[in-house]
Design a protein around this ligand. Structure first.
Ligand code: SAH
Length: 231
């Protein structure tokens, strides 16, 4: 894993001290190890994990410098992209959110203590946390959680004015962005740009949305309502 990650970081021109790269690789190994007994990821090959989990997460370092920022990773699953980012940039104030209790418990009680990493854990649905943690974060990240129009309703309420939502998408980014244009506007966001990275032989896109306004109080609605009637 380390060789693949190091080569990938060089290719993306991301410089990290070796001990941080080691810690990130260690986290990748912990995920693969636990994946044998708990469903964490479909990826079981270390080379693929290095590219598609670790390097893909770290590509966000090229999009916005997260040093010193409060960052919410919404739908973090086994910790992507939030945990590799925190290991790369320890000054990030990291919050991980996911509705799957088992994954969150593993991160909170096993993986992160083993790496000596501090984070806050919100175990539950994003819709339910959005009131208490409204407009509290500098950055919100999300990968492989929902289509962009729905994802904006889940994520943008958490971003404070002036902050950013970074949505990690694949090749279909352009189409999702088109579908989400109205949602972004209604939720107080403003599309800024899309950054593309070639990772594991495919194009990975990061959609950058700036929070320029306020999210109206009625959002997010219930998940059922969102799905039934996307903005
Ligand atoms: N971001 C990780 C995990 C993707 S799988 C990665 O890229 O590897 C999607 C995750 O989002 C699952 O763990 C699921 O539990 C979580 N999720 C989906 N909708 C959610 C919601 N509304 N609130 C909280 N978590 C959600």
């Amino acid at each position: 894993m380390k060789e693949t990650l190091t080569a990938g970081l060089q290719r993306l021109e991301i410089q990290l001290p070796e001990e941080r790269v080691d810690a990130i690789v260690r986290f990748g190994a912990l995920v693969l190890e636990k994946n044998k007994v708990m469903n964490l990821t479909a990826i079981t090959d270390p080379v693929q994990a290095a590219e598609l989990h670790l390097l893909d997460s770290l590509s966000l370092l090229k999009v916005l410098p997260p040093a010193g920022k409060s960052l919410l990773d919404l739908g973090t699953g086994a910790g992507f992209p939030g945990v590799p980012l925190k290991l790369a940039e320890p000054t990030i104030r990291l919050t991980l959110l996911d509705s799957l209790q088992k994954r969150m418990r593993w991160l909170e009680t096993e993986a992160l203590p083993e790496l000596g990493v501090e984070a806050r854990f919100l175990a539950g649905r994003a819709e339910d946390f959005a009131r208490e943690h409204r407009e509290k974060f500098d950055l919100v990240t999300s990968r492989a959680v929902a289509r962009l129009d729905l994802l904006c309703e889940l994520c943008l309420p958490f971003v404070h004015r002036g902050g950013y939502f970074l949505a990690m998408k694949g090749a279909q980014a352009e189409e999702e962005l088109h579908e989400a244009a109205k949602a972004i506007r209604l939720l107080g966001g403003s599309y800024e740009r899309t950054e593309e990275f070639e990772i594991g032989g495919a194009v990975h896109s990061v959609i950058v949305i700036h929070k320029t306004g306020k999210t109206p109080e009625q959002y997010p609605r219930s998940w059922a309502r969102m799905k039934q009637k996307p903005l």
